[in-house]
Design a protein around this ligand. Structure first.
Ligand SMILES: NC(=O)c1ccc[n+]([C@@H]2O[C@H](COP(=O)([O-])OP(=O)(O)OC[C@H]3O[C@@H](n4cnc5c(N)ncnc54)[C@H](OP(=O)(O)O)[C@@H]3O)[C@@H](O)[C@H]2O)c1
Length: 341
């Protein structure tokens, strides 16, 4: 099986991030969330094709419901000559599996599905323990939703630390965290988070959190780096803006005869985050990888892009709200303190 891809890119030319542990992580990865409409088989084909063109970093999660297929694709890539140690594979613990008894079996299931002996990174997907059915509407609420309870989060985290001790995962990290929550985690963790995965694109630059994590030796991984143009309807609100249509991005793209997506990815890697764009289109995922190895943006262009932040969060997380009369901002501790239960 081959995806018959365009001209490959030498993985050695792809920028790398050096984590606090000293490990190297490719500074761009392939996302694998099919936004409810791309099948596991299509994503597996994209993983094979992406590995052929030079991707070595894959962002997976149990809740994407495609880890067995992605695992088959990774196996194919390794059978075709990619060494395990060249790969960076991330998975994530879903919200209904935070209970101490669930963490190790859930991790082991992902490891088995991905057909690997160890993972490079395992994240707590969201800091809220709560179940809601995949694909549910944003107004859906689970009757037993809970707020962030630090003691409970730490109990989950300690289980992740044990996975590191067992040699099953090289790094552990967070996703969708805020500064006040990270303050507590950094105070109490035996093994510090290596990364924080967070929404990052030119219309949602999160400068405060970005600077905070970097100053604490935590690498920012940026999801929805293109503004997730094909995200599910449930993740759209009328106020959302589209970075791909931003006049500054469109003009920079026009001057270089490149696509606005290319501008977003160059900006991301040059700024210092690790974008994980999703694509199943060989032309698109190849140009996304090529974007970060060729023709960097100028400092004037980077400055212009720093100026177009709209503070526009696309993935608001409404389903995690735990009581009536809340707004999604309550999930994100916008006043600098953890929103009271
Ligand atoms: N930790 C979390 O809570 C969290 C939350 C959301 C997402 N994520 C991760 O982040 C990844 C990326 O986010 P995302 O998939 O929502 O959004 P995204 O990467 O910003 O956008 C992906 C969309 O852009 C299109 N695209 C990609 N490259 C393109 C190009 N060069 N030209 C034109 N269109 C292009 C893709 O369509 P084609 O397939 O047609 O190219 C795809 O529909 C996910 O897959 C997932 O792994 C994590």
């Amino acid at each position: 099986m081959s995806a018959h891809n365009p001209q490959p890119i030498d993985p050695a030319s792809v920028p790398q991030r050096t984590l606090a542990s000293g490990a190297k992580m490719p500074a761009i990865g392939l996302g694998t969330f099919g936004s409810d409409h791309i099948t596991p088989a299509q994503i597996a084909t994209a993983v094979i094709g992406a590995a052929e063109v030079g991707y070595r970093h894959f962002d997976c999660a149990a809740v994407y419901s495609n880890e067995p297929e992605v695992g088959g694709a990774l196996k194919h890539a390794m059978a075709s000559g990619v060494k395990r140690e060249e790969l960076w594979v991330t998975s994530k613990l879903w919200n209904d599996k935070h209970a101490v008894k669930d963490v190790a079996p859930t991790f082991e299931k992902s490891l088995q599905d991905l057909q690997l002996e160890y993972l490079d990174l395992y994240l707590v997907h969201w800091p809220f323990p709560n179940f809601h059915p995949p694909g549910c509407d944003v107004t859906s609420r689970s009757a037993d939703s809970k707020p962030y309870i630090h003691e409970n989060y730490m109990a989950t985290w300690r289980e992740l630390e044990k996975l590191v001790d067992r040699g099953l995962v090289r790094h552990i990290g967070t996703s969708n965290m805020t500064i006040p929550k990270l303050e507590l985690l950094l105070r109490d963790a035996r093994i510090k988070p290596a990364v924080n995965e967070m929404e990052l694109h030119p219309h949602f630059q999160q400068p405060e959190l970005f600077d905070y994590v970097r100053s604490h030796g935590i690498e920012p991984i940026g999801y929805c780096p293109l503004g997730s143009p094909n995200r599910p309807e449930r993740d759209r609100t009328p106020e959302d803006t589209n970075p791909l249509e931003d006049p500054v991005i469109v003009e920079i793209a026009r001057e270089h005869s490149i696509h606005p997506t290319t501008v977003c990815l160059k900006w991301a890697v040059q700024r210092g985050q690790t974008p994980i764009p999703f694509s199943t289109n060989p032309k698109n995922y190849t140009s996304n990888l090529r974007a970060v190895v060729e023709d960097p943006l100028t400092s004037d262009e980077m400055a212009a892009l720093a100026g177009i932040d709209r503070g526009c969060r696309l993935i608001k997380g409404q389903v995690f709200l735990w009581k009536a009369n809340q707004t999604w901002e309550d999930l994100w501790d916008v006043n600098g303190v953890i929103t009271p239960a």
